[in-house]
Design a protein around this ligand. Structure first.
Ligand code: ZN
Length: 245
């Protein structure tokens, strides 16, 4: 009886999937408003909440309010909270990380530092990670990376981020999950898209319908840019938001 109840609960879920928010509050709010209209039950957050954008504290508060059912850290989270050095970062990423470390409240810094590394098995269908299921900092760009990741994945649907490129390795806006197959899906970046499309990206996973929907949304890019400039962050971080690069 108890097992049945759990199963029903598990399969009635719709997850909002957010990754690479990168302290862009305007983009995050656009995604949340859109997802609330469509309906979702719980949130999955795949890391890189901060770094690059001007609202790290507000973004963390928004994510906390969502009470994500699962969340993993990203490489920028680790550097921005002082857990790791910015050795592999370029100049812009490094200065944004330093700025973020200064402006984060001590509570938010500690909270970021305590975020788990992926992968996390969320339920029988879904697992999440930042970079890949075999290494939280590895990038999945091509089929070779994807095959390696799919072999390691323990769930049919592995959600990942890190590259800021929305991709399912089938490249569809809607993915119907077939039983017996395994999938690797990156919903794209909420706060700093890099595929040439400046709109905010996120996904909804409907566990009951076995459906993944990928969305792109217009948001107040100018507001996010103005905040980046006002914060004294490198200007290129404002410019790139308009071109999605
Ligand atoms: Zn990122």
């Amino acid at each position: 009886m108890r097992g049945d109840a759990c199963r029903v609960r598990e399969y009635l879920l719709r997850y909002i999937v957010l990754t690479d928010i990168h302290a862009n509050l305007e983009a995050l709010d656009a995604c949340l408003d859109h997802a609330r209209d469509r309906g979702f039950d719980r949130a999955l957050v795949l890391g890189d909440l901060v770094g690059y954008g001007a609202d790290p504290n507000a973004v963390i508060d928004r994510v906390l309010a969502l009470e994500p059912v699962a969340i993993v850290r990203g490489n920028h989270d680790k550097v921005a909270c002082g857990l790791e050095q910015a050795d592999g970062f370029n100049f812009v990423a490094k200065s944004a990380a330093r700025w973020t470390l200064d402006i984060l409240t001590p509570e938010h810094r500690d909270w970021l530092a305590a975020l788990p590394a992926g992968p996390i098995e969320v339920d029988r269908l879904v697992e999440i990670c930042h970079g890949s299921p075999f290494d939280e900092d590895a990038y999945i760009f091509d089929e070779l990376d994807a095959v390696r990741a799919l072999k390691v994945a323990t769930r049919p649907l592995c959600l990942f981020g890190h590259t800021h490129f929305p991709v399912t390795f089938q490249l569809t806006a809607e993915l119907k999950l077939e039983s017996g197959a395994k999938y690797l899906v990156n919903p794209g970046s909420v706060g700093q898209p890099r595929d040439g499309d400046p709109r905010a990206a996120y996904a909804i996973v409907d566990v009951e319908a076995c459906l993944v929907e990928l969305f792109r949304l217009n948001y107040a890019i100018e507001d996010a840019q103005a905040k980046v400039i006002r914060a004294g962050l490198p200007e290129v971080l404002a410019q790139r938001l308009a071109v999605g690069r």
